[in-house]
Design a protein around this ligand. Structure first.
Ligand code: SAH
Length: 350
């Protein structure tokens, strides 16, 4: 049988067009949206207010589920949950829920693997297979929402496997669903897209309707170091990134979050403090310091096997010094490292 398109890949406008071309009234599209995203049904025949003849038509044309849930691992010390999910073509991806009081943050994947090969990141070691579809991004939310119920997902961060801005179209489609008031969505202020730094795509995101928060995986204020640990920097240097980040902050009236994973000897020196202070004066921003989770045990060698975390005392002193110099600094708690669900540890063994 010919492969059917997943209905969750369609925007409301596209669905309206399809509904009309199938000879039905436009309002059916809103009804279908409601069933898909508010009631989160799993079969077309559960759409009670849709005539049977019409949902048979839908059934023939579209599929409705793009992922299945395989396993959940729960961290002993933090209650962080890591979900192993499978696409219909049997690719494995991971999504993570990080609880924090009333807050439950879902960390979403956008690609199977990742092509960027950042030297500190486990996903990079997997290599790259393909982009996820919008439906697969949205279904991570729908599936994990159901598994978490009655608790609710309150925040979404695009910080799982993959580079969101290399899968721009699908990420934008997913944002249109997540931020749609008619769906069980999430406000744009509770959504963060994290990128290794693609200036044109940052500009494109800035002119979109979504105005979500933007995080840049900075990790060093210097091109020389960034070139070593993040190969993408050779293509898009900090000099190229700066105007895009300033523009994003201005357009969205939000500050950029600089993610800063502390790597011993690479970015925890006195000159790094000076570099960060200088950069922060140019770009409206705050810094999120992340303890490095070593990936040496899974690395085949090279730099990724050599990178070590900055010891905690030094990490705290570094953060304090930045605060003293007037920067806004948060320190991200390591969550779920016992189940390899912490930052940069998402990698599925095939
Ligand atoms: N490609 C996107 C999103 C995925 S990475 C990006 O680069 O932003 C999500 C965050 O985890 C990034 O800030 C990344 O730099 C950080 N990270 C990756 N590997 C890590 C590791 N081993 N330890 C701690 N943080 C890591």
């Amino acid at each position: 049988m010919e492969k059917r398109l997943n209905i969750k890949n369609l925007s409301i406008e596209e669905l309206q067009d399809w509904v009309e071309s199938a000879g039905e009234k436009k309002f059916r599209a809103s009804q279908i949206f409601d069933w898909l995203y508010d009631k989160q049904i799993e079969n077309f025949n559960e759409m009670k207010n849709i005539p049977k003849s019409f949902y048979s038509l839908l059934e023939n044309e579209f599929e409705i589920q793009s992922l299945s849930h395989l396993t959940t691992q729960i961290s002993d010390n933090t209650d962080t949950k890591k979900y192993l999910l499978q696409t219909n073509d049997k690719k494995l991806i991971e999504a993570v829920i990080i609880p924090d009081g009333e807050k439950n943050t879902l960390c979403i994947s956008t690609q199977v693997g990742c092509p960027l090969d950042c030297k500190f990141c486990a996903t990079g070691l997997m290599g790259y297979t393909r982009n996820l579809t919008a439906a697969e991004i949205i279904d991570q939310y729908i599936l994990t929402s159901k598994l978490l119920a009655p608790a609710k997902i309150t925040n979404i961060v695009f910080m799982g496997m993959g580079e969101p801005l290399l899968n721009f179209d699908a990420v934008m489609r997913s944002l249109s669903i997540f931020t749609n008031k008619k769906t069980k969505g999430i406000s744009r202020t509770k959504i963060t897209v994290s990128t290794a730094g693609l200036p044109e795509k940052i500009n494109a995101l800035a002119v979109s309707d979504y105005r979500v928060k933007l995080a840049l995986s900075l990790h060093s204020p210097f091109d020389k170091i960034r070139n070593e640990i993040m190969p993408i920097n050779k293509k898009h240097s900090l000099k190229d990134l700066k105007p895009a980040l300033i523009n994003y902050a201005k357009k969205t009236k939000t500050r950029i979050t600089f993610e800063y994973t502390m790597l011993k000897g690479y970015n925890d020196r006195e000159e790094d403090i000076e570099g960060l202070v200088k950069l922060s004066k140019q770009i409206p921003s705050k810094i999120n310091i992340i303890p490095f989770n070593s990936i040496a045990h899974m690395s085949p060698g090279g730099l990724s096997a050599e990178l070590e975390p900055t010891v905690y005392d030094k990490l705290f002193a570094f953060a304090e010094e930045l605060r003293f110099r007037g920067l806004t600094v948060m320190i991200r708690q390591t969550q779920g490292d016992d189940i390899a669900a912490a930052c940069g540890q998402l990698a599925v063994k095939h």
